[in-house]
Design a protein around this ligand. Sequence first.
Ligand code: NAP
Length: 278
Amino acid sequence: MASSSTTRPTVVLTGATSGIGEHTAHLLATEGARLIIHGPQPPRGQTSLLDRLGQMGAHDVHYLQADFDRLAAADTLAGHIADLTDRVDVLINNAGRPGPPTRQLTGDGNERTLQTNYLAPVLLTARLTPLLRTAHGRVVHVSSATHLTASLDVDDLTLHRTPYSPAGAYSRSKLALVAHARWLTDQAPEPRFDAVSVHPGVIRTPLLHAMFPIEGDPPPRGAHHVVQAALATGAWNGQYLDEDTPARPNPLALDAHWRNRLMRHTFRLLPHDPSHAP
Ligand SMILES: NC(=O)c1ccc[n+]([C@@H]2O[C@H](COP(=O)([O-])OP(=O)(O)OC[C@H]3O[C@@H](n4cnc5c(N)ncnc54)[C@H](OP(=O)(O)O)[C@@H]3O)[C@@H](O)[C@H]2O)c1
């Protein structure tokens, strides 16, 4: 498990209520991890998931609710995580949504897909940075191979001028996520933590079927790739993984100038300086 000095690493996993995230939680439970899992649904509906994870071997499991349609919810989530632990060995930003049929703005004024898939994970990661640094931990951004053909105008992150399509909004959010993982490895102050992004595979989930007429592989396959990315201690830092193999990302993500511009515009969309401790 990533850089943990303990035998029971603490893993924060977003989007654990369905699909790849739920199966990732299963695999991590069998590893005996201490799990802080997240979903947008109220905790009362998660009892059976929590019971199952305990039975599978999770050392300790907590469920926290946050709907990333509100950036304040991601901020509050970070605070609740900090109430539960003083270290995060692995943060897996897995929660994601397909692009809605037409362009929608959240109450924060952001394009909805970008906010859930990118802005909220960036905010959460920034707020958990002290806990990741304490653990010399690892951030895993669950991205998508759709990012490979995306383009993203950093001056138009709300897609005001850019022609909108659901898959286009989705792939742009995933391109931004790949670039952010890379930017983190450039920027992270000592003590450092690792960051990787991973395409988990083409996986049979509600998200896939909302956008693409493809059946996909079973969710445990995607979960296996996410857990591999999380557990590869010291390996693959800064890399984009296609399933279990380092691969060349979209060239924009390799362009340091573009990444820095993206991050400048990104921070303008976040509610306040997210780097202060929760
Ligand atoms: N499936 C694929 O082929 C594929 C390929 C590449 C990348 N991915 C990525 O894999 C990740 C997991 O997706 P999946 O395919 O497993 O889809 P999924 O089954 O639909 O799971 C998505 C998870 O994100 C949560 N979520 C959705 N909207 C949210 C919001 N507004 N706030 C907080 N959480 C929210 C969902 O919660 P509820 O279900 O409880 O609403 C669920 O737990 C995503 O980042 C996705 O982009 C998937």
